[in-house]
Design a protein around this ligand. Structure first.
Ligand SMILES: Nc1ncnc2c1ncn2[C@@H]1O[C@H](COP(=O)(O)OP(=O)(O)OP(=O)(O)O)[C@@H](O)[C@H]1O
Ligand SMILES: [Mg+2]
Length: 251
């Protein structure tokens, strides 16, 4: 299988702090890759580097390559807006825009001029709310403010909004950590159904969640990738002692 993303000799500095150290990775399509590791090891930084959100932080320096279908997303001729359209990010806490439920989903489509008329927009809004598993709960109140939804519903709305701009890759930075168990289950179920269509990379602190979701696992420690591979191998036969200790709960 051709990797969708290849990370080569990636180093990231925040000012004088060296946060990501010589990262080399291959991310496969139509699989869920889970990134794990103790707090501060660089998981969020790695995700932000993958869709160039890192450039919004002052004083960062990125070296090395991130190839998306073989093309370096940091090369000069690449349009950063296009990169962020292809690689969507689902944040830790839902961040609905201060507008209606329907308008939240339509927002990105309008920005990127993806639909030509209102009826098409309306159809897509319904479609992506269905895909995110929220349609039945909100179909009768599409014009209500998005902030009137529960936190779990807001996170599914943000998923719908992200999918509506038709990304190829979904990044999730602890996307269920602000949610109750039932809402988390909703999101997990969606990620599992969506994985055939997208390349998915999820950061989680919950070992059980990682085991439920992961096809591939990346274990990081102090800015380095310590171990990466198929979930079964990393969870059941970790090769590196650090990974064994982490999985045993020794951190
Ligand atoms: N804007 C910044 N300026 C300076 N240092 C930063 C900045 N953002 C993060 N760092 C540092 O970079 C390192 C990696 O941070 P990062 O947020 O990527 O970790 P993480 O693995 O996501 O942790 P957590 O599990 O707590 O979310 C940490 O030491 C952090 O303090
Ligand atoms: Mg983080």
């Amino acid at each position: 299988m051709q990797p969708h993303i290849q990370v080569k000799n990636l180093n990231v500095h925040y000012g004088r702090t060296h946060v990501l150290k010589d990262i080399n990775l291959e991310i496969l399509p139509q699989q869920i890759t889970v990134i794990m590791g103790p707090s501060g090891c660089g998981k969020t930084t790695l995700l932000k580097t993958l869709n160039r959100f890192i450039e919004l932080v002052d004083g960062t320096r990125v070296t090395g390559q991130i190839l998306l279908d073989g093309q370096d997303i940091y090369s000069n001729d690449v349009d950063v807006t296009e990169v962020r359209k292809r690689i969507g990010l689902l944040a830790q806490r839902p961040q609905p825009l201060p507008m209606s439920i329907a308008a939240n989903v339509a927002y990105g489509m309008q920005i990127h001029r993806m639909k030509s008329n209102r009826q098409e927009v309306r159809k897509s809004v319904q479609h992506y709310l269905e895909v995110a598993g929220l349609w039945e709960e909100v179909s009768h109140r599409l014009n209500d403010p998005a902030t009137s939804l529960s936190t779990g519903q807001q996170q599914r709305l943000c998923l719908a909004r992200g999918l509506a701009i038709e990304p190829e890759i979904i990044l999730g930075d602890e996307p269920t950590s602000a949610l109750d168990p039932i809402s988390s289950q909703h999101i997990e179920k969606r990620l599992l159904t969506l994985k055939d269509t997208y390349t998915t990379i999820i950061v989680t602190h919950t070992l059980r969640q990682a085991k439920r979701l992961a096809d591939q696992v990346i274990f990081m420690y102090l800015g380095e990738v310590i171990e990466a591979g198929p979930a079964d191998a990393v969870f059941n036969h970790p090769k590196v002692e650090r990974t064994q200790q982490y999985l045993a709960g020794l951190f």
